[in-house]
Each structure stands twice: as structure tokens, then as C-alpha cells.
Write a protein that binds this ligand. Structure first.
Ligand SMILES: *Cc1c(COP(=O)(O)O)cnc(C)c1O
Length: 375
């Protein structure tokens, strides 16, 4: 099978640096004494990036994807039948709803305008009206819409009412600021290897207060998806996983963290992604296309674009035409009306993005689609 070189413009998995992919070339045995310090070191690095303190916070690694670690956080911190308020930010809030509901937890939906950041006062009002809600589930960067929600402001509202939060930072962590030490109401902040840290898929992460992990032992009702059990195992056997991990992926993740540090950490990454987003946002507008969100609500992670009104528009044909030019887009959308989605994250620069915009113009022309330029 011949695989062409292409730039992934999907909001995870992302384009990775060649050094990160090359790290996969090493074989490891996960119980070997060389691997254990690597794993322990990755946990320390993640805790530090999240603002965690070694005496208070624990960074946990779970094999698999973002859905797995989100489910694990919900199971660990809410007892069966426990109630969680979830602002309906878009398709990733819908996923949190389903994960919680199928785990036997009760979701109280807070309906909001999905094209705007969540208003913390609306969260406070919903919590005041229902004292039985223990948690708020917050999607930090809603990858469905591209809107950024503020887990610190929403968290302050929850904390003032004695409630706790679970933060889905899957498409945010590494690019958007997060400091768990300043947010004592957070039970879990979760993310994955393959988004803004720019590593390969296969690992989910959670950063949690250690004392909460201990206090919540026994909630999960699942051995696989129990963060308290992962924490306890880490104390008993430092540097060891409970079950076979993708050891090569963990090593590649460590390499991606080296690159993250060398770039200048979270502020530098946010600056690059923001520059990518602006190049794309302005570029599609110059092509005559309309981004889904108004500029003031457009986050730096993903831009949704309304398709041209031309009847010749066909998402798969557009994706194929772009792919032939070296750029891969998602062939689905997560908005309530048609759009195409473009990720601004990964090991790409504004120069790549400018080339992608040029390729979009060529692809539209190749499909015979005429886009009237805005006046
Ligand atoms: C990608 C993503 C997920 C799910 O991640 P998977 O690894 O596909 O399971 C969850 N939440 C958000 C906000 C995401 O962007």
C-alpha cells in the first residue's frame, strides 16, 4: 500500500513532526527498568504542564482515546446515579451526555447557544435550582463548533456553590491555559496524546487532586475505567501500568513533550495555532466563503466553514480534490447544518495554512464551483 505524504488538517489526529514518528522505531517492554522511569517522567511532565503540585495532584495515563478517559473521569468522580450538569456546547457535550448516561449517571442538560461561550451565570442559576447536582461537565474547546468555553470562570461559579467540575480539555490542553492549582473545584482535566501535544493516538490523560482519587475509590463500577485504581496502582508500583500500554506511543509522547518545551510551551503553541486560524479564517473569506462563527467567538483550534451555495458542492468530492493537493480534511461535519471543518492544530505553520487555502481555491475551481466574492 502506497501512502501519499499529506498534511492532516483534522482537529485530531494531527500532523506530527518526523522526530515524533521516528520515536516509534524503538521496542520497549513496559515492565522493563528502562521503561519505568520514562513512564514516571511523563506523568511528572504532564502534571507540571497542568499546573499540578507533586504533593497534591496526580497525572494518570489510560490506554486508548479521549472518550475512554472522559468516561473514566465521570465514573470515578460521580457515584452511580450521580448528577452532572452539562452545558450543551455541541457534539462533544453530546458525547459526554452519552458516556455519562450509559454509565448510569444522570445528565442535566443546560441548553445554551452553541455559537457563544457558556455564561457562568447560567451555570450558577442551574446549580442553584438543583442542589442534587454534584458536578459540571465542561468542554473547554468544543471541537464541534470551534468555540472556547472558560473552565476557570465556570469553575468559579460551581465552586461558589460547593460543586465540582470535570473538564474535557481534549482539544485544548497544551494550547489553551490551564492551572489546576488555581482551580480547586476540578476533579479531573482530561486530554489525549494526539491533539495539541502533537503526539500519536493511543493514550488518554487525566490530572486530578490525589485526595479526591482516594476519596472516590469504589465509584467507578469498571476496573478498566477507574482512575482511582490507576492512581493506587501508581503508588504501589511506580512506573508500571496495570495493563499493557502502547509503550512506543508513550515514548513518542515524551519526544513530543520535548518539542513542546523547545517551542516555548503553551503560550507559544497558542500563538502558532492562533496564527494558523487567522490565516485560514481570513483566507477562506478571501475565497468568498463564510466561516461558521463570528470572528469574536472563533477559537484557535478548529474553523468550520459554510459550504458554497453552488449545487455542485459535494463534501467528499471537495475532500478528495484537496487530498490530491496534499491536505486532508474531515469528510463529515459536527454542526447542525452542513459545513466543512478545518483543524488549526498539529505540527503545521501559517505557511502550511496559506498553502492549504490556495489548494482550497484550486479544488473549488476544479469542481466547477464558482464562489461570488464578497463585496
Ligand atoms: C477529539 C475529542 C474527544 C474525543 O477524543 P477521541 O480520542 O476521538 O475519543 C473528546 N472531546 C473533545 C473536545 C475532542 O476534541
Amino acid at each position: 500500500m502506497k501512502i501519499p505524504t499529506q498534511i492532516l488538517l483534522t482537529p485530531g489526529p494531527v500532523t506530527t513532526h518526523p522526530d515524533v514518528r521516528a520515536a516509534l522505531a524503538h521496542d520497549f517492554a513496559p515492565w522493563d527498568d528502562d521503561f519505568r522511569p520514562l513512564y514516571a517522567g511523563v506523568r511528572e511532565r504532564v502534571r507540571a504542564i497542568a499546573g499540578g503540585r507533586s504533593d497534591q495532584h496526580s497525572a494518570l495515563v489510560l490506554q486508548g482515546c479521549g472518550h475512554f478517559v472522559t468516561e473514566a473521569a465521570i465514573r470515578t468522580f460521580l457515584p452511580p446515579g450521580g448528577r452532572i450538569l452539562v452545558p450543551q456546547t455541541g457534539s462533544y457535550a453530546d458525547r459526554m451526555n452519552r458516556l455519562a448516561t450509559e454509565a448510569g449517571r444522570v445528565v442535566v442538560k443546560l441548553v445554551i447557544d452553541p455559537d457563544r461561550p457558556t455564561d457562568p451565570q447560567e451555570v450558577a442559576a442551574a446549580l442553584q435550582a438543583d442542589p442534587s447536582i454534584s458536578h459540571v461537565g465542561i468542554v473547554y474547546s468544543e471541537t464541534g463548533s470551534g468555540v472556547i468555553h472558560d473552565p476557570a470562570a465556570i469553575g468559579r461559579a460551581a465552586r461558589a456553590l460547593g460543586r465540582r467540575t470535570i473538564v474535557d480539555a481534549v482539544s485544548a490542553f497544551g494550547a489553551l491555559p490551564f492551572d489546576i492549582s488555581a482551580q480547586p473545584e476540578v476533579d479531573a482535566m482530561v486530554f489525549t496524546s494526539n491533539k495539541c501535544i502533537e503526539a500519536l493516538p493511543g493514550l488518554g490523560f487525566a490530572v486530578c487532586p490525589a485526595e479526591r482519587l482516594v476519596a472516590c475509590a469504589g465509584n467507578a463500577g469498571s476496573w478498566s475505567f477507574d482512575l482511582s485504581d490507576i492512581h493506587a496502582h501508581g503508588l504501589r508500583a511506580p512506573g508500571s501500568f496495570r495493563f499493557t500500554p502502547p509503550a512506543q506511543v508513550l515514548y513518542a509522547f515524551n519526544t513530543a513533550l520535548d518539542r513542546f518545551d523547545a517551542e516555548g510551551g503553551q503560550p507559544a503553541r497558542l500563538a502558532r495555532y492562533t496564527a494558523n486560524m487567522r490565516t485560514l479564517y481570513d483566507g477562506v473569506r478571501a475565497l468568498g466563503l463564510t466561516p461558521w462563527l463570528a470572528p469574536e467567538y472563533q477559537g484557535p483550534i478548529i474553523v468550520n466553514v459554510r459550504p458554497p451555495a453552488d449545487p455542485a458542492w459535494n463534501l467528499q468530492a471537495f475532500v478528495d480534490a484537496l487530498k490530491a493537493r496534499g491536505f486532508l480534511l474531515s469528510n463529515f461535519y459536527n454542526t447542525d447544518e452542513p459545513s466543512f471543518r478545518v483543524g488549526c492544530i498539529g505540527a503545521i505553520t501559517p505557511t502550511d495554512m496559506a498553502q492549504a487555502v490556495a489548494a482550497m481555491g484550486e479544488a473549488l475551481a476544479a469542481l466547477g464551483i464558482h464562489v461570488p466574492k464578497a463585496a
